[in-house]
Design a protein around this ligand. Structure first.
Ligand SMILES: *Cc1c(COP(=O)(O)O)cnc(C)c1O
Length: 391
């Protein structure tokens, strides 16, 4: 167990990540044991009847789940956290815990696409009305509030298109109307944006990305403030959410090093994004950490750092030219998810319903991994050469 007696709130974030949840460790071993559990025995009939035992049943919590949850609550400066089997499971569990038939859900138009499918499919069938709003609305979201608005859902920066949202302004409007503000905080890793200090009530994560950090486990996390915790916890338990102990362990292990990893992702991404902006093939770099880029002012106001994920709008390219670019990349892999140590590049087409995406250019999303940025730039540069030849 860590010896520090300081109030964790006075420690800097990097220090808190290292000392968080260390009291779950035993025998002087630095990391906690991994408990594989379903049945948990009660020593006496009386104790079985009382149900006061710290650990009662696998799904209701083990030292493994409690340690990772305590560490994530520390990361996010929230009241309490739960982990789920994937980021998407964390998000759908949150929405199902708060919404009922007839409720109105205000959803950012730049939301992670599978969340859109959930809203337009299952939630719609269950009588919840989802309305998509322009992620750049800020306080003007007041025009969309209805008496039945239960949740305002934000994701900042937005998936693929990277719009930074004015969460304090949105939260002020939402709270006046009695709605709960849920923020997908995956991009910042939970380390560079504090949802609760900016008016959010619940932070949801694909911990699969930067928290796990090694592309080897699926995990979701939900952190609540005190007011939203009881209802969320009830929904989480009712829906039977949990996750596997080895994946929880990998999540806690990844979390310990997120500060140094993100710093490197950020430095390399800034260098590469700046270089990309000067390339003739590139129309725009969508990376709010880049001075002059869309969303930079809000990012600078609200975030303390940036991660390695950004997008690029190229001048319009043929499918053949795009294929030539992508297929020859040696250091950038092509595949979904991100946040691991390795670099990735995927093309995308924005899906919009509140405000149509008007750009004609070919869109690419880059995840800048922990390789040397000079090697990564050389790989992209060779890709642009292939693009030119195939155009
Ligand atoms: C990947 C992702 C999710 C979903 O996480 P999974 O662990 O893949 O289910 C949710 N939100 C954002 C922003 C993501 O990038």
């Amino acid at each position: 167990m860590a010896k520090s007696k300081s109030d964790p709130k006075t420690l800097k974030p990097a220090t808190r990540l290292i000392s968080a949840a260390r009291d779950f460790s035993e025998h002087g071993i630095v990391s906690p044991a991994v408990y594989h559990a379903s049945t948990i025995l009660y020593p006496t009939y009386q104790e079985l009847k009382d149900r006061k035992q710290t650990y009662q049943y696998g799904r209701r919590g083990t030292p493994t789940s409690r340690s990772v949850e305590a560490a994530i609550a520390t990361l996010e400066n929230g009241f309490a956290s739960k982990v789920a089997s994937s980021g998407l499971a964390a998000i759908t569990t949150t929405l199902l815990s708060f919404l009922k038939p007839g409720d109105h859900l205000l959803m950012t138009d730049a939301v992670y696409a599978p969340v859109r499918s959930f809203c337009d499919g299952l939630l719609k069938n269950w009588g919840v009305v989802t309305e998509y709003y322009d992620p750049l609305l800020g306080g003007a979201i007041s025009a969309f509030m209805r008496p039945s608005t239960r949740i305002v859902y934000c994701e900042s920066p937005g998936s693929q298109t990277m719009e930074v949202q004015d969460i304090p302004a949105i939260a002020e409007v939402a709270h006046k109307a009695g709605a709960t503000v849920v923020v997908d905080n995956t991009w910042s890793g939970g380390h560079y944006f504090n949802v609760f200090a900016h008016g959010g009530d619940i932070s949801v994560h694909a911990a699969t990305k930067y928290i796990v950090g090694h592309s080897d486990a699926m995990m979701g996390a939900v952190t609540c403030n005190e007011a939203t915790w009881p209802r969320f916890k009830d929904g989480y338990e009712t829906l039977g959410q949990f996750a596997g102990p080895d994946d929880m362990y990998l999540t806690l292990r990844g979390l310990r090093t997120i500060d140094v990893r993100l710093e490197r992702h950020m430095r390399s991404a800034l260098k590469i994004a700046e270089w990309l902006r000067g390339q003739p093939e590139v129309e725009e770099v969508l990376y709010p950490a880049l001075p002059g880029a869309a969303g930079h002012e809000l990012w600078r106001r609200d975030f303390t750092g940036s991660s390695g994920l950004f997008s690029v709008v190229l001048r319009p390219q043929s499918e053949a030219a795009l294929g030539a670019f992508l297929d020859g990349l040696e250091l950038f892999g092509m595949g979904y998810s991100w946040g691991g140590f390795e670099s990735l590049c995927v093309p995308f087409k924005p899906v919009r319903s509140a405000r149509p995406w008007s750009r004609q250019g070919t869109c690419l999303r880059f995840h800048i991994g922990l390789e040397d940025p000079d090697d990564l730039m050389a790989d992209i540069k060779a890709g642009f050469e292939r693009l030119k030849i195939a155009s």
